[in-house]
Design a protein around this ligand. Sequence first.
Ligand code: S3P
Length: 171
Amino acid sequence: MNNIILIGFMGCGKSSVGVRLSYELRIPLLDTDKEIERQRKAAVSEIFEKYGEEAFRNMETECLIGLLKDKDEKIISVGGGLPLRSENRALLKELGRVFYLRVSAETVCKRLAGDTTRPLLQGENPKEKVRELLGKRSSIYEAAADVIIDADDKGFDELISEITGKLEERK
Ligand code: S3P
């Protein structure tokens, strides 16, 4: 399928780059977290609290399976943990071209300082948590990606032109 998929760690800019890319390319945007929140009428943090992480991960897989039925081209930004399941990585490849927005732990910590919406980063030492999770996940994101975009210290314009440049190369 022909979708443009954005993956990466929490705070890498998937949602905001998605909004901008959607505007530039005039292609609708779908964010899996938002879609799950809409379907379940609950915030991601409430879903984690009430049903646990595993249940949320199942919802992410269901969401991707649902998207396979939708033939209209879209930009799809996905939650930071979604590519961790190998089943989901296979579904992403089926759905379209996967762009990994790669950022350092320092960038994530700067951007998400004080954030209360990410259940996995709450608690005593969120910076340590970011380093630990990113350390575990980096190679998985890389394996899931068709294209890796280094997104530290880049503004929207630069990121968008890098992504659209990669899309043009393929036409
Ligand atoms: C998660 C990332 C979040 C959200 C949930 C779990 C993760 O999405 O899906 O809190 O495991 O990395 P964002 O990457 O959009 O913050």
